[in-house]
Design a protein around this ligand. Structure first.
Ligand code: C5P
Length: 224
């Protein structure tokens, strides 16, 4: 039996990845956190493509795509992200990466580099992919599409707790500003902006627990 292809898009820190991970486990399908791909490229750029003025040299990054291999590996219950074989799961969550990632993700060259890689993963079905442009661009024919949103206060609280758990030092104001800034850049970019697909189901989970959000999503895909 063919397994479903599910697209989960939405604003930063609406729980897309952690919810997708649990749904993937329950349905026995693959989960791809596409944000980790953009974060991985950003991390590579920060490490390898900084010009004399301290900024990321985009041309240099574009020329070096062939040096980048990103892989996901399941270690116990955690998904680890490998850049050329090195675990960068924690590094890609730092403020430094969060502050640059949307500027990298708005580049057409970067999106083109990742487009087919993402589609290939979904080619045989049985995948839940979360990001910003999954339902609109990457998998427009997905069986199910969801668009998650929540208030900025709730999202700030969630991301702050998540970073604390990872041992990454920050404060709520920095987190809030970063979420607002990223959502703005992601929504306003020319290539594949963050937006709801016409046929996506919107879920505002401000007042829902993670489990309630998961149950709601599963109620729509029951019977597959
Ligand atoms: O999902 P996460 O918050 O880790 O994503 C980090 C950034 O990667 C987003 O703010 C956005 O700039 C970019 N991104 C994207 N398209 C996706 C997934 C993430 O542009 N499909």
């Amino acid at each position: 039996m063919r397994k479903p292809v599910i697209a989960i898009d939405g604003y930063s820190s609406t729980g897309k990845s952690s919810i997708s991970k649990i749904i993937a486990h329950q349905l026995g399908i693959v989960h791809l956190d596409t944000g980790a791909l953009y974060r991985g490229i950003t991390y590579f750029a920060i490490k390898n493509c900084i010009s004399e003025n301290g900024q990321i040299n985009l041309e240099n990054l574009f020329q070096r795509f062939h040096e980048i291999t990103l892989q996901f590996k399941q270690v116990e219950d955690e998904l680890t992200v490998l850049l050329n074989g090195t675990d960068i799961s924690k590094e890609i969550r730092t403020n430094e990466v969060s502050q640059q990632v949307s500027l990298i993700a708005r580049q057409k060259e970067v999106r083109d580099f990742l487009l087919e890689k993402q589609r290939k993963i979904a080619a045989d079905g049985g995948v839940i992919m979360d990001g910003r442009d999954i339902g609109t661009i990457i998998l427009p024919n997905a069986d199910y599409k969801f668009f998650l949103t929540a208030s900025i206060d709730e999202r700030t609280k969630r991301r702050f707790l998540e970073l604390q758990k990872l041992g990454i030092e920050t404060d709520e104001e920095t987190v809030r500003k970063n979420l607002i800034e990223r959502d703005k850049i992601d929504s306003e970019r020319e290539v594949a902006p963050l937006k709801k697909a016409n046929d996506a189901i919107v879920i505002d989970n401000t007042n829902l627990t993670k489990k309630e959000t998961i149950d709601l999503i599963l109620s729509h895909i029951a019977g597959f």
